[in-house]
Design a protein around this ligand. Structure first.
Ligand SMILES: [Zn+2]
Length: 294
């Protein structure tokens, strides 16, 4: 089982899906490979460190989290070797080529990425929106072997088929609960591990996020303080999703951007789905309808 998580920034993984993947890892052990692909250089999000220092520090923080979480970390590279700059993703003409290469090289079974806003009134983070849009746009091209051979030369007379993953969206706190979800996963058993991973991002949780001021948080002074903060975040998100549940949950939405799974396949592959909180009838109807269109 191979899972590719694609998002804009260092730390997005920890706040949206790391608990589910931790449960997945405990269940499958060596049979699971998780790769977290970050699409920007991380230089911009700080108020008193230089761009160069911030980029270096944030990369180190992500590597520390990856050592705790047992996942592979990769930074997206454009065909010319550059890493896209924050806020400039949509202006990179070769972003789709780079994503195409990264997805084809890894050939995941499941791909997770941020959502498109379901509501035009929802606010967005430009990088999250750009990654969501780019994954959606590149999805059909995953199994088009010549789509980007001008950038990544290959023998065009011989092409092996590339598996197209099931593509799911994670939640996006910048969209204030506006994204409907299909699957809730009870990640309470991974709560402490989520806190340990996200606590690696000190330049964010201690310095930047409290300063930028839209995350309702006090800077944590210890891992215990951070656990209390994470607990509040989970409760806030559950409430925003209309879930009257005290346990830590992560939620996901299945798209038709890539392969269309069956509900049985999701039940078999995923860590246990928290069925009471998941509108699975609605999901099953949607999956059936999509399969019949194909
Ligand atoms: Zn982000």
């Amino acid at each position: 089982m191979k899972i590719l998580y694609i998002h804009a920034h260092y730390d997005d993984y920890e706040f949206t899906a790391s608990g589910t993947f931790e449960l997945w890892r405990r269940r499958l052990g060596q049979a699971l490979t998780v790769r977290v692909l970050v699409c920007t250089d991380g230089a911009g999000g700080h108020q008193f460190r230089t761009r160069a220092e911030t980029a270096r520090l944030r990369r180190e923080e992500q590597l520390a989290s990856a050592r705790i979480g047992g996942y592979e970390f990769a930074l997206l590279e454009l065909p010319d070797g550059r890493v896209p700059r924050e806020t400039f993703l949509a202006r990179e003409p070769l972003l789709l080529a780079a994503l195409w290469k990264a997805i084809r090289d890894f050939e995941p079974d499941y791909l997770f990425c941020p959502p498109m806003p379901a509501d035009p009134l929802a606010g967005v983070h430009v990088d999250h929106l750009d990654v969501a849009n780019a994954v959606r746009e590149v999805a059909y091209l995953i199994n088009v072997p010549h789509a980007f051979t001008p950038e990544y030369p290959a023998d065009e007379t011989r092409s092996a088929p590339c598996r197209v993953p099931v593509i799911l969206n994670v939640q996006d706190s910048y969209q204030a609960g506006a994204v409907p979800f299909d699957l809730a996963i009870d990640v309470e058993d991974a709560f402490e591990q989520i806190c340990r991973m996200s606590y690696c991002h000190q330049s964010q949780i201690v310095e930047w996020l409290p300063w930028v001021g839209r995350h309702h948080m006090e800077p944590p002074r210890s891992i215990a303080g951070w656990q209390a903060e994470c607990r509040k975040r989970f409760h806030r998100r559950n409430r925003a999703l209309g879930l009257d549940v005290a346990r830590a949950l992560e939620v996901f939405t299945v798209t038709a951007w890539g392969s269309i799974p069956t509900l049985e396949q999701l039940r078999k592959d995923f860590p246990p789905i928290f069925e009471e909180a998941s509108p699975l009838d609605r999901l099953e109807q949607r999956l059936d309808a999509w399969r019949h269109v194909g």
